[in-house]
Design a protein around this ligand. Structure first.
Ligand SMILES: [Zn+2]
Length: 633
């Protein structure tokens, strides 16, 4: 009896140990897509076949799978349409445009057959999501092959994908094929497409696209038949050997990517530039003013000049990113005019092109930085939109600073928009699923601006050396994977030797804000006592700068006790005193300066402005003014 009881306990113990280690082990699914598409360009339609080999590397048995059919969003009454017509601040590119699409302007995917390992399977389509009930479950560690035939209509370009964007680009082909949903440690992610973010499975793509031979195409991946295609892909100085047909089949392959995009237009100019030691860059843009929908000839001439100078900026940007954030791992990158703004895809971006030079460079920089924070470090963009948009905003500011020379504070835009939304009381936590923010503005500020502030402020918390090393370590540790916010944080904890859970919890998971102020400054003999007050909820380590009347300066640093560490002195030219830790539960903190008050001119909390202190008015204490106030009382 006792023995049996003991055995059961032992078995239970073993089981819980196994379960525990499984949840801690990282795994990810893998896919191999083989697709063949034939475009009917005049009708904006195509037929296609897809063979998808799916590897279940999870510890779970899968009994159903989900696909995204993004084009179905472009139909009146779709969730994207309804969302756009009911949200208080709709995207100006969408508004009610989906609602007014005619039959030949809507988008769709119609699935004609679906097989698993050669046997037909049942499926159901609800808007942009297709659910497939499997007859044969996919066991942990097993693979299966899905085969699908489909007929699709490309929607009139409204959001990201479509035919005839406003600049006259014929095909912006993004989110354009039935794409299997990601299954990860948080389960399936069959998010209906309402216009926001993505999460895809890493793997390989082998894509053949047959289209009228007049079209010039840019795409994810490497072209397998450049000598047959030509259009600027052939080896320089060699003859193109085209098959005698009015259509060409473009054969693309890409590995270690989680999506595949392309763009095509008969009027594209195609240029290239080599990044030394890095990828070959390809640029596709329109120079025909009629096709590009540009009214004045001189405007078109300057646009052409901007596009001709763009490669130089792009090369420099890649060099900067390779040096500071990890090496771009693919051989190629394409900048394709198309879409409705700028959108990142593996090894490619679609951007609009009728812009000022600065704006053209700006959007290209933003999208190419996404190759690090989206393509290679493929966080679930819906769950953690700040990890791709915020990180990209942060690094783009540094790239732009590098391209155009020093600025005082490259992240001032991000801090500014964060402060404004806090003041307006419309902030929503970063940890909100991208689809579920109440307003587009709250999504935008959280993801882009506060996400960038999160990084720059973390650099303040742990010091620039540990932070910069950490960004590279994050890249090396998590490349070609799906890091979560906590995974990033762990890298930074390891690199800095500090405990940072509090930082993540306050800044990512809540909208609690930072406000420190100088409450009192009291002289006593040859000493001055300064009392600081935490006026808001979020605790932080504090830099204080004391400026003396003789022009000299001294730094005081107050570590936060729960972070269990101190950053090194960031400006060794100015002497720094490390004060005792501030335990966060204490609302105020007093420290002494071994100088009489008369010798002090100014005391400043956070003199570099990197702490996102929402009320900076109480951060500076001018001794002279304060003394005068005291005397008049
Ligand atoms: Zn972005």
């Amino acid at each position: 009896m006792h023995l049996r009881y003991g055995l059961i306990l032992l078995l239970l113990f073993c089981f819980s140990l196994t379960a525990h280690s499984q949840t801690r082990d990282y795994w990810q699914q893998r896919v191999e897509y083989e697709m063949e598409i034939e475009m009917n360009a005049p009708d904006n339609q195509f037929t296609g076949t897809q063979k998808l080999t799916y590897h279940n590397n999870s510890p779970d048995t899968l009994r159903r799978v989900f696909y995204h059919l993004y084009f179905n969003a472009f139909q009146p009454g779709s969730m994207m349409d309804k969302r756009s017509r009911t949200i208080e601040d709709p995207d100006s590119r969408v508004r009610d445009r989906i609602y007014h699409l005619s039959e030949d302007q809507i988008g769709y995917h119609r699935i004609r057959s679906m097989n698993q390992d050669g046997e037909s399977v049942d499926y159901r389509v609800d808007g942009t999501i297709m659910e497939v009930e499997l007859d044969e479950p996919i066991l942990p560690g097993a693979s299966t092959v899905f085969q699908m035939e489909f007929e699709s209509q490309v929607p009139l370009q409204i959001r990201r994908s479509g035919w005839k964007n406003r600049e006259g680009v014929e095909f912006s082909m993004t989110q354009w094929y039935p794409k299997i949903s990601e299954y990860d440690h948080e389960g399936w992610h069959p998010n209906p497409y309402v216009g926001r973010e993505f999460h895809g499975v890493f793997g390989s793509f082998d894509v053949k696209i047959k289209i009228d031979s007049s079209y010039v195409m840019g795409a994810t991946g490497n072209l397998q038949n450049p000598q047959q295609i030509g259009h600027g892909y052939q080896d320089p100085g060699t003859a193109v050997n085209r098959p005698g047909s009015d259509k060409l089949t473009w054969h693309w392959k890409a590995d270690n990517v989680h999506d595949f995009a392309w763009g095509a237009d008969p009027d594209f100019t195609h240029t290239t530039a080599q990044v030394p030691g890095g990828p070959m860059l390809h640029f596709f843009y329109q120079t025909d003013p009629v096709a590009a929908n540009v009214s004045s000839g001189s405007r078109q001439d300057s646009l052409k000049a901007y596009w001709e100078r763009l490669p130089e900026f792009t090369v420099k940007s890649f060099q900067f990113m390779n040096k500071h954030f990890g090496k771009y791992p693919y051989e190629k990158f394409s900048v394709i005019q198309g879409g409705d703004g700028g959108m990142e895809y593996p090894m490619a971006t679609l951007i609009t092109g009728n812009r000022s030079e600065r704006s053209l460079v700006g959007v290209t920089v933003h999208e190419l930085v996404h190759m690090w924070y989206h393509t290679v470090l493929a966080n679930n963009e819906s769950r953690f939109p700040w990890m791709d948009e915020g990180f990209t905003t942060y690094a783009s500011a540094l790239v732009t600073e590098h391209l155009y020379g020093e600025r005082d504070f490259p992240h001032s835009g991000a801090y500014g928009s964060y402060y404004r939304i806090v003041e307006d009381g419309e902030e929503e936590a970063l940890d909100t699923h991208a689809d579920h923010f109440v307003t587009n503005r709250a999504y935008g500020v959280a993801s882009y601006s506060k996400g960038a502030v999160f990084l720059n402020q973390l650099r303040y918390v742990i010091g620039p050396e540990a932070f910069d090393r950490g960004m590279k370590r994050y890249f090396e540790t998590w490349k070609f994977k799906h890091p979560t916010g906590r995974d990033f944080l762990r890298v930074m904890e390891k690199e800095s030797g500090m405990v940072l859970d509090w930082y993540y919890e306050y800044f990512i998971e809540t909208t609690k804000t930072i406000d420190y102020g100088i409450e009192t400054v009291v002289g006593k003999g040859d000493s001055t006592f300064v009392t600081l007050k935490r006026e808001d909820l979020m605790p932080m380590p504090i830099d204080v700068l004391v400026e003396y009347s003789d022009g000299s300066k001294q730094q005081f640093y107050i570590p936060l006790r729960i972070m269990r560490g101190e950053k090194p002195n960031e400006t060794p030219g100015i002497e720094r005193a490390v004060l005792p830790d501030w335990p966060w539960v204490y609302p105020s903190y007093t420290f002494g300066i071994p100088e009489a008050p008369e010798s002090i001119s100014r005391i400043t909390i956070d003199p570099t402005g990197r702490m996102a202190d929402v009320n900076r008015e109480n951060n500076v204490f001018e001794m002279e003014e304060a003394t005068r106030v005291f005397e008049t009382k």
